[in-house]
Design a protein around this ligand. Sequence first.
Ligand code: ASP
Length: 648
Amino acid sequence: MLDFLGNLERTHYCGELRAAHAGQQVVLMGWVNRRRDHGSLIFLDLRDRTGISQIVLDKDLIPEGHAKGEQIRPEYVVAAVGKVRLRSADAINPKMPTGEVEIEATDLRVLNDTRLAPFSPSEEAIQNEEVRLKYRYVDLRRPEMQRNFRLRHEITLAIRDNLSKQGFLEIETPILTKSTPEGARDFLVPSRVHPGEFYALPQSPQIFKQILMISGFDKYFQIARCFRDEDLRADRQLEFTQVDIEMSFPHQETVFAVAEEFLAAGFAAAGVTLPTPFPRISYDESIRQYGSDKPDLRLPSLVDVRPAFTDAALATLQIDPALPVVALRIPKVGELSRKEREDNHPLFELGKGAKFIDDFKRLSKGFSEAASKVRELVSADEADFVIIVAGDPANPIKASDTKIPGRLSEREINVYSAAGNFRTELAKKYADRHGAFKVTDMVVDLAALRGGGKLLDDAKVKWGADVINTWLKSEKELVDGSAAFRPIWITDFPMFEYDASLGKWMPAHHPFTAPHEADMANLLTDPASVRANCYDLAMNGLELGSGSIRIHRKDVQQQIFKSLGISDEEAHARFGFFLDALEYGTPPHGGIALGLDRIVMLLAGAPSLREVIAFPKTAKAVDMMAEAPTTVTDEQLKELHIRVALKS
Ligand code: ASP
């Protein structure tokens, strides 16, 4: 019963038709979203990537088309020819942009049928994500997914365009290459031509982009795919895309200005105004205020409440007086029962040498002055939930106490981060009560309405804006997006981290990161005190990316390798080509890379990266649709000179 397309040509997209089209002859093509059989009239909702139009099959008008209509099932592929007409007043559907019109079909061609998929794209996403990913082609038909990828396209386009305007050249770097030290495991590709030798997939274009600076390109960018063999979490994938930048002769501020500008352009493409310049905070200050190096500024920061306690009080409460005593505040949570509080306890990370006090009533009984001083210090309203986090002398952890003047010790960092993690977990749990994340959701919803601007009439956009504006009660907040998306630069990271299990200082970043010029003298004598000339960009509790000013002198690079315990031979075996290149007139240079998937995820209001990557891997690193990874034939292995040793 299938028809040929013949010479039929589409005239419009399904989502485009409006009252103004009434009377026009149109040809639409798409998938049947829904079918309603009213006897002599059959209604088809025809869907393509822009939206839905209603097709009417009238038995009197096209008996043959009507007969086909009786056989049609959802997701059949259909072409409808007919005239646009206004619906009668009682049939207007104000929820659909095309709801004022319908197409009176004069011809209907069934271009393809379909097997029954385990779910329908006309409905909400099903819970079972593995099934969604297996039938990804059906899942991607859902309007929400279509919107996510349209958004991704618009954002990417805007970023590209902006970087080009800022004078950056897009240059591709190899996928089959040599290991890049970004701290993850490499994916290896065996060479057929060179038995026993392997290429590595790039963890980032880092070394190549630096070489492009040595080559005089001055400003490079790439929407680059990176591959890192690491365990997957909600915000990680084995392969991901980053906006990768490198430039010659920059200062940190130069890189910030470039990144702020292209990011703002990307956000603008999604309908969100991102005010620049972004605020800055040092790593130590970020840890002190948020217990994290990717702080979420939409919530109140941690507050030092040590002054609320006398030494005697701390001793009775069994709190380590040498470590920070901080309070976190989650607004508007209301009073929690003991049971509710206990349910929260697993969210607190033990093992960081910290403890918490969340029973204020009890605290008030023994230490009424301290308790009210704490609430005063954190400016708590009555309904705000306040928790004190402090060092636990009963459970000290193995960590360095080394105290570099002006820097935090590892033990201090641990207490702050225990508080910081508790803060984010509780904030997620009580999101409905404090409402701080809702602003973001609302702005994202409006951006979605705007992002689909070509598909929705102005009235709809206005309707969306009205709803959101009423909710926010302040148009300004909405328009500049400043309450919804809170970017922040984190600077002055330590250069090295001490790895107790390995017993050595490890680079906190890739080993091409330059130290602060002022700290160079301490490289070998006092590594803990050395600050790196690098920076992260965080937004709403997510790390968007990082970058640094690089080492451009071979003597400094060698010193860094030495301080990391990398021998000359090892350095040469791993990045000899790069060390050589450094000797051929390397300009000072630096750059940054921001995760494109994460940016899109934020602007799509998506709960995971998988919602904005067309064919992602599951948490178990599997491509459900393509069924990768798989075994390969013996023939292939032989060609690659590989034997698989599997323990049975
Ligand atoms: N290559 C770094 C990364 O992928 C970014 C940079 O330093 O530019 O994280």
